[in-house]
Every structure is written in structure tokens, then in C-alpha cells.
Design a protein around this ligand. Structure first.
Ligand code: NAD
Ligand code: UFG
Length: 333
């Protein structure tokens, strides 16, 4: 297939591009590089030994999107482009609603106009809110605690309505749990701007000496050791999930959790990281972070049943690969 990948220079997008190329798909990347670097494109090519097409455009720019659709025969779209910092979405709600929702609407409209029938969307486990674990695709969605989460819930609704009104336009809504790790080559991975919000990049930066100590947000949750529990998924497993999701997309709207089904606490992840890499990570226990939930993990059985996809990589591999990337990462690159 000839696949348009928005946000393909970003963390999850770049790993997915590698897997798409490996499976002999052709890719066109559209990214404005607001949270990624142009060098990532060379690394995707280097890993896969294949070529790709790149447009540096903003996908909220309808005419720029239209010009891609009019000049390429596109078979499907994977829409990763979006702003994703939960805290920033609270202080900049309009930027988040505009970027994440307008982009989805413009791309869906272009697909319908140009009869591109396959659309895969990056949603998030955050749409489950504080439902009871494990989260199952059939659950009613509960309000999220921030504008970022709302953009995901709204984008899902918009795509569902667009598919209902346009038979043939088929949508896969992929709800990611907590992506971590990096490609085994160490060439691509997660390189957040500034101080990381997420646990794994924070830990790798402490390991590198860029940050002094990890702050563990709360140890009084009703969990195995009091710290927050999440379903960490290796980014390469997640990327492989996108390949099957687009290859096997059938008519209608399909929702899939992409997680492992396993919960890991902050202290368990920390322990695994220290053991996998033989590095000590100093930490303090501090207050809970506002907006955090205690436990989040997937019922991942639907993706296995329908798509034959199952996450294969464990927490040790996630920790090893995340550290390999951080070790070799030079911000000046
Ligand atoms: P990322 O920031 O690394 O990648 C997003 C890419 O989109 C970046 O390269 C950025 O430059 C680009 N982009 C953003 N807005 C754009 C626009 N208007 N036009 C063109 N390009 C634009 O993030 P990621 O972690 O790879 O996440 C990819 C998607 O998955 C996002 O939609 C995110 O909300 C979603 N998601 C991420 C996580 C996570 O923990 N990483 C969890 C659930 C869902
Ligand atoms: N945590 C710490 N210290 C840190 C960072 C995180 O203790 O410095 C803890 C959090 O309290 C939480 C766990 O580590 O218990 C994971 O936190 P992350 O920030 O890594 O991930 P979240 O589960 O909060 O959120 C992530 C993405 C969201 C996405 C969600 C989907 O940031 O965009 O996963 O499950 F919606």
C-alpha cells in the first residue's frame, strides 16, 4: 500500500514507518517537525534501507494536505500528528483542540473526497478515564482530566460519525497504553524537548546524569506497592500493531487497545531498569501528580483475536532499548 503517515518523524510514527517499509509498503510522511527532527528521516531510511517521501507541512493546513492527496495515489492514512503533553494541554487548551481536532477533520475530509478508504488513528487509553481495569473496548468512555484527553475522545467521535455517513470510509481507532523503549538499532527513540513528563524518558535522563533524581509521584495508591500502575508497551510492538491494523482494516469502525495486558508499578519499572542496565537510579517519593489515575492496563485480547497481534517484548527489553537510545543520543544532532 501507499500510506500517508502524518507525524511520521515523531516517536511512534518513526518506528511505524520502519515497520511499514519492512513490510514493503511505500510511505509519504507529512510532519511540521514541531516536536521532531529532520535527521530522524535519514535514520528511518538507514534502518530500512528504503526510500520515502517527505512533506514538511502542517496538517491543519487544508490546502497543503489537499495538494498531497491530489499528487499521490494514497491507499491509507495513519494519523499520528498531534500535540501530546498532558500538562501543556491544560495551559494551552486552544492550541491542543485546534491542532488535534482540526487536523483529524481535514484529513478525514480529504480521504472522503479522494476515496481513500483506510484511516488509522492514534487514540489513547486516557479516553477510558477512571473506568475499572482492565480497560475493554466496549466500555463507556468517562471524562478525561485534561484537554489533551478530550481531543482524543472527540477525534474518535468525529471519525466514527464520518464513517457512518460515508460507507466505505473505514476507521481503526487504536488506543495506546504507555509506549516506551526504542528501536534495537539505537538510532530512533523518544527524545522529548525539555524536562520529560513521562516516566521512562525521565529515568533514562537520570541514568545519563542529565537529571539528578527521579521523583516518584505518590506511594499511597491502592496498588501492589502504592505507586501508579501502567501498561507499558514496547514502541516496536506498537508499530507492528499499526501495520496489521491497516493491512487488515475492513469496512466500518474498529477500536483496539494496543497494550500488553500487564500492569507494572513505578517501583517495579525502576527495579527492572536498574537490573536490565546495571545502573542505580536515585529517587524520592513525593506527592501524587494531579490528574494521575492509580491503575491503567488493557484487556488486549480483541487485537489478538481480530488482528492476530500481540505484544511480544517484555519490560526488560523496553528498559534496555530505552537506555541504548538515550546513551547514544546527542541533542546537538
Ligand atoms: P511525537 O510528538 O513524538 O510525534 C508527533 C509528531 O507529529 C511530531 O513529529 C510532530 O512534529 C508532528 N506534528 C504535531 N502536530 C502537527 C501538525 N499540525 N502538522 C504536522 N505535524 C505535526 O508524539 P508520539 O509519542 O509519537 O505520539 C504520536 C501520536 O500518538 C499522537 O497523536 C499522540 O497523542 C498519540 N499518543 C501518544 C502516546 C504516548 O505516550 N507517546 C500515548 C497515547 C497516544
Ligand atoms: N511518574 C513518576 N515520576 C515521573 C513521571 C511519571 O512517578 O517523573 C509516574 C506517574 O505518576 C504514573 C507513571 O509514572 O504513575 C506513568 O506516568 P507517565 O507520565 O509516563 O504516563 P501517564 O500514564 O501519566 O500518561 C501516558 C501519556 C498520555 C497517555 C497515557 C495513556 O503521557 O499521553 O499514557 O495511558 F494518554
Amino acid at each position: 500500500m501507499n500510506i500517508l503517515v502524518t507525524g511520521g518523524a515523531g516517536y511512534i510514527g518513526s518506528h511505524t514507518c520502519v515497520e511499514l517499509l519492512k513490510n514493503n509498503h511505500s510511505i509519504i510522511i507529512a510532519d511540521n517537525l514541531c516536536n521532531s527532527k529532520i535527521e530522524t528521516l535519514d535514520r528511518i531510511k538507514q534502518i530500512s534501507n528504503k526510500e520515502l517521501t517527505f512533506y514538511q507541512i502542517d496538517v491543519t493546513d487544508a490546502s497543503a494536505v489537499e495538494s498531497i492527496f491530489s499528487s499521490h495515489q494514497i491507499d491509507g492514512v495513519i494519523h499520528f500528528a498531534g500535540l501530546k503533553a498532558v500538562g501543556e494541554s491544560v495551559s494551552k487548551p486552544l492550541e491542543y483542540y485546534y491542532n488535534n481536532i482540526v487536523s483529524t477533520m481535514i484529513l478525514a475530509k480529504a480521504c472522503i473526497t479522494y476515496k481513500v478508504n483506510k484511516f488509522v488513528f492514534s487514540s489513547s487509553a486516557t479516553v477510558y478515564g477512571e473506568n475499572k481495569v482492565p480497560f475493554v473496548e466496549t466500555m463507556d468512555l468517562l471524562p478525561t482530566t485534561n484537554p489533551y484527553g478530550e481531543t482524543k475522545a472527540m477525534s474518535e467521535r468525529i471519525l466514527r460519525d464520518a464513517a457512518k455517513a460515508n460507507p466505505g470510509f473505514s476507521v481503526s481507532l487504536l488506543r495506546y497504553f504507555n509506549p516506551v523503549g526504542a528501536h534495537e538499532s539505537g538510532l530512533i527513540g523518544e527524545a522529548p524537548n525539555g524536562i520529560p513528563n513521562n516516566l521512562m524518558p525521565y529515568v533514562t535522563q537520570v541514568a545519563k546524569g542529565k537529571l539528578e533524581k527521579l521523583r516518584v509521584f505518590g506511594n499511597d495508591y491502592p496498588t501492589v506497592d502504592g505507586t501508579g500502575v501502567r501498561d507499558y508497551i514496547h514502541v516496536v510492538d506498537l508499530a507492528e500493531g499499526h501495520v496489521v491494523a491497516i493491512e487488515k482494516l475492513t469496512e466500518g469502525v474498529h477500536i483496539y487497545n494496543l497494550g500488553t495486558g500487564q500492569g507494572t508499578s513505578v517501583l517495579q519499572l525502576l527495579q527492572a531498569f536498574q537490573e536490565a542496565n546495571n545502573i542505580k537510579i536515585p529517587y524520592d517519593i513525593v506527592d501524587r501528580r494531579s490528574g494521575d489515575i492509580a491503575i491503567c492496563y488493557a484487556d488486549a485480547s480483541k487485537a489478538e483475536r481480530d488482528l492476530g497481534w500481540k505484544a511480544k517484548r517484555g519490560v526488560n527489553e523496553m528498559c534496555r532499548d530505552a537506555w541504548r537510545f538515550e546513551k547514544g543520543y546527542d541533542e546537538e544532532q
